[in-house]
Ligand binder design. Sequence first.
Ligand code: ZN
Length: 418
Amino acid sequence: MEINLGRLMKDFNNIIGFTSTPGNGCTRFSYSEEDQKAREYLFARMEELGLDVKVDTIGNIRATYGKELNKPSIMIGSHHDTVKNGGKYDGLTGVLAALEIIRVLKEEKAELQQPIELVSFAEEEGSNFGITMLGSKVCAGKYGLEELKKIQNPEGKSVCEAVKDFGLEIDQMEKDILQKGEVDAMIELHIEQGQILESQQKPIGIVQAIAGMRTYKVTIEGDSNHAGTTPMDLRSDPMAGAAEIISHIRKTAKCDALPTTVATVGKIECIPNIPNVIPHKVEFYVDIRDVEAKGVEIVSSKLAQKVKEVSEEYSLKSTIELVGKSDTVKLSSRIIGQIEETAIEQGFDYLKLNSGAVHDTAMLSGLTDIGMIFIPSKGGKSHCPEEYTSEKDIKAGCDVLLNVVRKLACKKTEKQKI
Ligand SMILES: [Zn+2]
């Protein structure tokens, strides 16, 4: 059994038209006009299939095929929001794959023993509120109503206000929290957003673990002074200190931690940020990730040690604050096994790999068995207009997922047809 690629690409081309930046990538924030248009398109397709469509309080779409079976569902999907000037494939691939898979199973009159649920999580990219995977976090019960009242977008609008304006009843959010036993398995097809599959020429990636991470904010304060009149030995320059620490982070992650450890400084602020003034204060963020907790631990402790050393050497005042943390998520061996078996049966070369990026599916860990299939991203590029995955690879990923879903959700007679 295989998907109809032409039909899937038609969906793609329709939905990428809903962008606020035509000609410059896809910009489709959750709760925007473009989101509304994408939803209307998806709802129309779901109606054609006779799905039982529900939109929860935060805006996650949950549409069920075979609801009358009244059993835990096999959930498939991803998200359809984007970053600003993002790509065509991130998230949307998984949502449209789910739609196409249900279409094929209906067409083929596959006999279900469990319902199949299509999910498209809202606000995965954090484009409005700076919190990634907000929809799946709310679905998993990780946020309460009071917290959502406090989280604001740059214009000062809270999550609660934004979703109310979008026509949703946020006050009822408790009833939508996913309960253990409600979903039998969640499987997400997603572009890799990295270069491993492409470099190894494998069309299918089977994710084994999603890296845990820690984000630190490092603040270094010194003495602001004239860049021309202050001798080098009379300076306490926080920028020079920050530079030493930052280059040390790279060295530690590369040489002293584990082969899987990565660390990044991607944001830095300098006060007053003037070319001829020794700064008064420098703040930067350190993002450390690894599937092994030990790797994150090593870089964290070396960071603390280096900040202390540099501060003493240059007479600087410094603080390190942990501002974000998530643990490594191991994916279900039952689902990994099913994906592997199916890829072999279908003759697709595959690679077992880990994900350095966190995805919606990871939020459901502990509530259901989770699995992820990756497909190659050209040049590893993502979150930009150049993001690209070939139609051949999209089809391979969809076909593997389709047959995994058949094995999990369909009656035995159907399984034998695979
Ligand atoms: Zn994504």
